[in-house]
Design a protein around this ligand. Structure first.
Ligand SMILES: [Zn+2]
Ligand SMILES: [Zn+2]
Length: 145
């Protein structure tokens, strides 16, 4: 697993509509393996992809680095269950944020109340870039997928 972005698949993201994401959204470009992770704030609510629920722990892990980098701390991935027993994964900077979320979403619960995954310590890396890709970079990245 890449020590900077926590994935061993260095071209797996963007998962959906990759071209659209690479062309229009600001990317976290991993300085270690080159993986691009969408870090764009949506214009309406200011939310980033990592603020939304993920359907698996594996997918949540792909976005965890953008949460860590944005908040400058080691965030946690928590397992959330709804009233029908459906499980999803959400990233929170800390337990207080989880508690606030549970308070606002009475139909949801978190059995363990601790992260199922976190890297523990936040680190910065020297070659990280956060920007939009050039069209040549997008072509190269797509070819490498
Ligand atoms: Zn995107
Ligand atoms: Zn990486």
């Amino acid at each position: 697993m890449c020590k900077e972005c926590y994935s061993d698949k260095n071209r797996i993201t963007p998962l959906l509509n990759p071209l659209d994401c690479l062309e229009n959204h600001t990317q976290y470009i991993c300085g270690t393996c080159g993986r691009c992770i969408c870090i764009e704030h949506d214009p309406n609510r200011g939310l980033q992809r990592w603020n939304f629920p993920f359907r698996s722990l594996e997918i949540a892990k792909l976005y965890l680095r953008t949460a860590d980098y944005t908040t400058k701390k080691a965030c946690g991935i928590y397992e959330i269950e709804n009233s029908k027993g459906k499980v999803s994964y959400k990233i929170f900077p800390g337990n207080e944020d989880l508690l606030l979320f549970l308070k606002k979403n009475k139909d949801k619960k978190c059995k363990r109340m601790t992260p199922v995954f976190t890297v523990g310590d936040y680190k910065e890396y020297p070659h990280t870039e956060v920007r939009k890709l050039t069209s040549d970079e997008i072509k190269r990245y797509m070819n490498e997928r």
